[in-house]
Design a protein around this ligand. Structure first.
Ligand SMILES: [Zn+2]
Length: 1004
């Protein structure tokens, strides 16, 4: 058994493997062996991996592949570690997007038609059938499923379902009945994001660009203009009403005068955009006539609280789309207002109006640094930031800074009546209530997002819906449980935990039903259809029993699925006998379902994209804590970023959408998988490029080729690493080194894998291990070694690398592994994650190879600088006493984290063996530098290593050193400073410069 000469990186010339055939073969084998089908097994620990299921309204592009690939690599890793892993998949048909898409096609949208036809290669015949919305879902469902198989996802397809299956609808009815019973579904009037064209609430699933429609509550304060008119102004800071000095109006905008509400109240003057908003929010509005903004400039209104007379000033920054189209001015506390007044004063406003008597700021809040409130805080901050005019972007910063300072550290001044002395936050709520109670104020909701558009193209609004059904995410107790779950679970990466808690706090009542779309009807109010972000929150539990209702057994249909049956399976409630009678299912089947649920639940890990944190993932938590007992709350959530193509977002307009199946066809599944997971940390966006793909593919091809070569030279004698490690004949430095490195790589990748730091894992396997291999190859080649032991060691190395790669490149791993174990059918090809044998990590062995690498580099540097072409190189290793000095300083630095020269000198002085070293301060300083420039981990390793046998190590690598220097005839001699020999062979007294791990060099 000999190492084939051809093996050392000659594989470049080998023919590329046909990955399509290999992938096809393995898909078939996995399928036939049903290895991804998981059933309860009490002897094994279970692991339930789930990922947000796809919405089949278009095919998958590579961007969609990232989350699923990560979940699959995670599932495969856990399976290799001996877990009974269940990785199920379903398809989300619920909602209106499919309807909207069908409607666009029917109405002759050629852009959409061409995208389907040309970008995604959907046959025209299939597109014709898309006039029936459900056909869109059915078509892309199959397309996506096919793509998932081609990617090698290890899914248990027996559990597949769609959200419009009758049996699933029964499950959702149960969920909703239960939530209603618990008082978590309420009917009432609440604001929602709304598409006026579709007459439906909108959520992230329904908006262009997947924007979550967030809105915020303003107070609309009405300022009287005489007795006939009011000018309502929207504000987030009602407490500043005491500091209003004027109103702002846009002189170039046409306003309307309108009757709002019933009765003989004064008419409102508002922008035309505000009319629509008010109407959607429950106000009756009748427009009487138009009025130009300019006409109102210079008029006076009354402050409804202080009764002060306030002028109306012109300002082009007033946006008619914002609030009512009018703005109240609080210059003392709002930097924008202060600056606008300044600009007006110096004639800097866009309207060159002459205003002789400009108002003065009124300070109404005192705060830390402004005790008594005697200075105008806006002015101070504007001057400090050097703000130039009202268009200065720094005003935003000034506003935020001042607002948060006064909100947390401010108190109302004596000029605020009964609110004097209160904190700003207290006063804010009380003043708001006073305004609302006295009819001086109204509520107005506004989107936080600049623009929210429905998928149908319509601009969305905030609508106050009456008699709508809401999930009461405002419920304080419910929020408390959600926090408890989030704070008790693993969130990967942990930095995103605070974002979850933020969303929990911020969530309000959420409309959970629509009048149109696909999905399940509300069980108690059949007019309504449960919307897509509400029927997708606990379906992870349904996976566990879905295979019992896959349609193959006629006896079990939706009719059997009663609420009490679900209570029994998921909550362990009720009597088995009664439930069996009522559902007409046998006790045995019901008991099996319950057993299966208690075995597989809770969800061990839930994977999703980062964009689902503010909705789906948080709802997933909310609904789990509402429905299940604590033991069934999810254990982990993993969040990842999205995928860019050559640094750009993937989108139709950039023409850079790559369908996933096409990418697999062109580059192989393993390549795509590795590329998706290796280019970015979890939360970052992964940047995809064809160049990177080619690099990954050739790396995988190399590993595959090496596997085939080694397995052909090592047919049936599978080497056991344990034997190798115990074998004392492993005497060569490089053997001990690589065996140690293998164990360290296993340990490191396992630790990284547990935290799903897959980018680093792949970097270690593909690049660091490649360097390990190349170094080992150089060493054995320079010694002319090719004996059996080398082959065995290389096989262990390869086996390890293949195993570590298997979760990411499963096809290649299976192929190589089956050839190593000589099992083409793969029945024995069960890949197990390697356990690191920590005790076999040998720091001394790793230090010796490092010594040689560094030495070669040092010599190369000297040659480069001096341009000498040596015929001989003398290397001097340091004396034993220097090693003692080194160890003492090292220990001192490790204990103290750092040490001064004085400390070091003192300790050396206390030790008679090394006290003479104190005369060579230069040496001591150099040693300290050496140590401080190594990593902290490495320092402890060096401490445990003690003294290296440097002369032997270097002599062993002599032939490598000369060949690395490009001339095998260069002679290498090694002298230890301890030996008399060294002195005779040291004409330039170089030996004294040697330090531990840093021999001195003399070129002849
Ligand atoms: Zn719409």
């Amino acid at each position: 058994m000999h190492l084939p000469d051809s093996y050392v990186r000659t594989q470049k010339h080998a023919a590329r493997p046909d990955w399509h055939l290999i992938e096809k073969k393995w898909r078939q084998i996995w399928n036939e062996q049903k290895i991804f089908e998981s059933n309860p097994d009490p002897t094994k620990q279970k692991y339930l991996v789930t990922v947000a299921y796809p919405y089949p309204n278009s095919p998958q592009h590579i961007g969609h592949g990232r989350t699923y690939t990560l979940a699959d690599a995670h599932a495969r890793y856990k399976r290799m570690r001996g877990y009974n892993v269940l990785f199920p998949m379903g398809f989300h048909y619920t909602g209106t997007p499919i309807l909207a898409m069908s409607r666009r096609l029917v109405s002759g949208d050629t852009e959409l038609y061409n995208t389907f036809l040309n970008v995604y290669g959907v046959p025209s015949k299939a597109i014709e059938s898309f006039n029936e919305p459900v056909n869109i879902a059915r078509f892309f469902h199959q397309e996506i499923k096919q793509g998932m198989n081609e990617m090698g996802f290890s899914i248990d397809w027996r559990r597949e379902f769609t959200t419009i299956d009758e049996t699933f609808s029964k499950f959702i009815s149960w969920q909703f009945n239960l939530l209603k019973k618990k008082g978590l579904i309420i009917q009432g009037s609440h604001p929602v994001g709304w598409c006026p064209r579709d007459q439906n609430p909108v959520s992230q699933h329904d908006t262009l660009g997947d924007i979550e429609p967030n809105f915020i509550e303003y107070t609309l304060v009405k300022f009287n203009l005489g007795d006939i008119y009011v000018l309502p102004v929207a504000t987030l800071r009602p407490e500043t009403i005491y500091g209003v000095t004027n109103l702002w109006i846009n002189p170039h905008v046409k306003y309307v005068v309108a009757h709002v509400g019933e009765g003989n109240e004064p008419m409102w003057i508002i922008s035309r955009d505000a009319v629509k908003k008010l109407e959607h929010q429950g106000h009756k509005v009748d427009i009487d006539h138009e009025i130009a903004g300019m006409e109102l400039v210079g008029k006076y209104v009354n402050n409804p609280i202080t009764q002060n007379k306030l002028p109306i000033y012109p300002a082009s920054f007033v946006d008619p789309k914002g609030g009512s189209g009018l703005v109240m001015s609080v210059p003392a506390h709002a930097p924008y207002d202060f600056q606008a007044l300044l600009d007006l004063k110096i004639g800097n406003s866009s309207v060159g109006l002459h205003i002789s008597d400009i108002v003065k700021p009124i300070t109404i809040i005192e705060s830390e640094g402004n005790e008594g409130g005697n200075v105008v805080p806006s002015q101070i901050i504007i001057e400090r930031l050097g703000i130039k005019d009202q268009h200065d972007p720094l005003l935003e910063k000034a506003t935020t800074e001042l607002y948060s300072h006064e909100f947390y550290k401010g108190r109302m001044k004596e000029n605020t009546g009964k609110y004097a002395g209160m904190t700003v936050s207290e006063a804010k709520d009380l003043i708001r209530s006073e305004l609302l109670q006295n009819g001086i104020g109204e509520i107005l909701y506004e989107f936080v997002n600049k623009s929210v558009k429905c998928r149908c193209g319509e601009e969305c609004v905030v609508k106050v819906l009456n008699d709508q059904w809401f999930l009461d995410y405002s419920n304080v107790q419910w929020k408390g449980l959600a926090h408890q779950c989030i704070n008790g679970m693993d969130i990967v990466p942990d930095e995103i935990r605070s974002e979850f808690n933020y969303v929990v706090d911020w969530l309000k009542e959420r409309a959970c039903a629509r009048k149109s779309g696909l999905g399940t009807r509300l069980p108690w109010d059949q007019e309504w259809i449960i919307e897509s972000l509400s029927d997708s929150v606990i379906y992870t539990a349904y996976y566990i029993i879905s295979r019992y209702f896959d349609g193959t057994d006629n006896k079990k249909t939706a009719e059997n699925l009663t609420d009490s049956l679900f209570d029994y399976i998921f909550l362990g409630e009720g009597s088995l006998k009664e439930i069996s009678e009522r559902s007409k299912l046998s006790e045995e089947i019901i008991r099996n379902m319950r057993t299966e649920f208690t075995y597989f639940y809770p969800v061990d890990t839930r994977h999703s994209g980062r964009d689902l944190v503010p909705n789906h993932l948080t709802f997933f938590v909310f609904n789990h804590v509402a429905i299940f007992d604590k033991a069934n709350w999810p254990i982990q959530i993993v969040v990842n970023g999205s995928v860019l193509m050559d640094g750009k977002k993937m989108s139709k307009s950039f023409g850079n959408i790559i369908p996933l199946r096409q990418a697999v066809k062109d580059h192989s599944a393993d390549t795509i998988r590795v590329a998706l997971l290796s280019s970015a940390e979890l939360l970052q966006d992964a940047d995809f490029s064809f160049e990177a793909l080619r690099g990954i593919r050739s790396r995988l091809d190399d590993i595959h080729q090496m596997g085939l070569l080694l397995s052909s030279s090592n047919t049936n004698n599978l080497s056991l690493p344990e034997q190798l490690y115990n074998n004392r004949s492993v005497a060569e430095f490089e053997d001990r080194w690589i065996l140690s490195v293998i164990q360290r790589r296993i340990r490191d990748t396992t630790e990284l894998m547990e935290r799903l730091r897959v980018r680093e894992v792949l970097h270690t396997i593909l690049y660091s291990m490649e360097q390990d291999l190349q170094w080992y190859n150089k060493r054995i080649k320079s010694k002319g070694r090719s004996e059996t032991l080398v082959t065995k060691i290389l096989t262990v190395f390869l086996e390890t690398r293949i195993k570590l790669l298997a979760p990411f490149a499963p096809f290649m791993a299976a192929e190589v592994w089956s050839s190593i174990v000589g099992d083409a059918t793969g029945t024995r090809a069960n890949l197990v994650w390697p356990n690191s044998m920590e005790e076999c990590i040998d720091p001394a062995a790793e230090e010796t190879e490092d010594l040689i690498k560094n030495l070669i580099q040092d010599i190369q540097n000297i040659l480069k600088v001096t341009k000498i072409k040596p015929t001989h190189i003398r290397i001097y290793t340091s004396a034993s006493w220097k090693w003692k000095v080194y160890q003492i300083i090292l220990e001192l630095i490790i204990t103290n984290r750092n040490s001064s020269l004085g400390d070091v000198m003192k300790v050396l002085g206390d030790n008679s063996e090394v006290s003479r070293a104190r005369s060579d301060v230069k040496l001591i300083k150099k040693i300290m530098e050496d140590i401080l420039s190594t990593t902290i981990d490495r320092r402890s390793l060096k401490l445990s290593t003690k003294k290296l046998d440097e002369p032997r190590t270097i002599e062993d690598a002599a032939s490598l050193i000369s060949s690395e220097l490009g001339d095998e005839n260069i002679g290498i001699s090694v002298f230890s400073e301890d030996d008399e020999d060294a002195k005779r062979n040291d004409p330039q007294s170089k030996a004294k410069f040697s330090r531990p791990f840093k021999p001195a060099i003399y070129l002849v």
